[in-house]
Design a binder for this molecule. Structure first.
Ligand SMILES: *Cc1c(COP(=O)(O)O)cnc(C)c1O
Length: 218
């Protein structure tokens, strides 16, 4: 694990994706120096937050239902997976109740697969042009996130990451011009993080490479 952690460039944040892993395994990763963990189910995240050290930064990376926002709003550090205008509006409502600003990434649909959530490039540009997000005092959009197609075709993966990086640069110069907080590009998982980093990813989300294959029957 340590060799892998050292291999990630210092300017790239490593999110250890701990979904399905028990707390004792997360504690072990924590003792190896990891402090950012990613979860994809609200209840599981809350349980682990309560049980584990309070200096852990918790990221939410899964599809989030609006009725579950309230469970994670008091403590979540970054929601990677904002995939609709309605979800962002609801996160702002809950963050307002909590009186805390929640950092969010807008998720782009870049994969060729049907099942991945997120804005298309056109939907993103149209949404940002409404300026609606500027009215939300308690959500801060700090960047974009995407999941590439699960494939061995590295050219395809690279091209999907390039699409994401281009739209990140474009909206950085338009909708988010002058906003220094809009700086994060969350892309790259166990099978494609090297490509993602070479395409300017700033956050990689790594599960199985750190923890081994997930066992969903647990
Ligand atoms: C599970 C998950 C990961 C980690 O996947 P690995 O292939 O185990 O590294 C990263 N991002 C998201 C959104 C996930 O759901």
């Amino acid at each position: 694990m340590n060799e892998f952690i050292k291999s990630i460039p210092k300017n790239v944040k490593l999110v250890a994706v701990s979904k399905t892993q028990p707390c004792e395994i997360i504690r072990h990763a924590y003792s190896n120096g990891l402090r950012i963990f990613g979860e994809s189910k609200p209840q599981e995240l809350v349980r682990k937050y309560n049980e584990l050290p309070k200096d852990i930064e918790w990221h939410f990376i899964g599809h989030l239902q609006t009725n579950k926002i309230k469970h994670i709003a008091p403590f979540v550090n970054l929601i990677h997976s904002v995939d609709s205008p309605r979800l962002l509006a609801e996160i702002n409502k809950e963050a307002t109740r909590q009186n805390r600003i929640i950092n969010c990434l807008l998720q782009l649909h870049i994969a060729k697969e049907e099942s991945k959530f997120g804005f298309t490039v056109d939907e993103l540009q149209e949404y940002l042009s409404t300026g609606e997000f500027l009215n939300y005092a308690f959500v801060k959009i700090v960047g974009l996130m995407g999941i590439a197609t699960f494939t061995d075709n590295t050219a395809q993966i690279r091209s999907e990451f390039q699409t994401l990086r281009k739209i990140f640069e474009t909206v950085g110069k338009t909708a988010f011009a002058g906003d220094a907080d809009f700086c994060e590009l969350s892309m790259g998982m166990s099978n494609d993080y090297k490509i993602a980093i070479s395409e300017s990813s700033t956050i990689v989300r790594i599960g199985s490479l750190i923890f081994g294959e997930r066992n969903y029957s647990k």
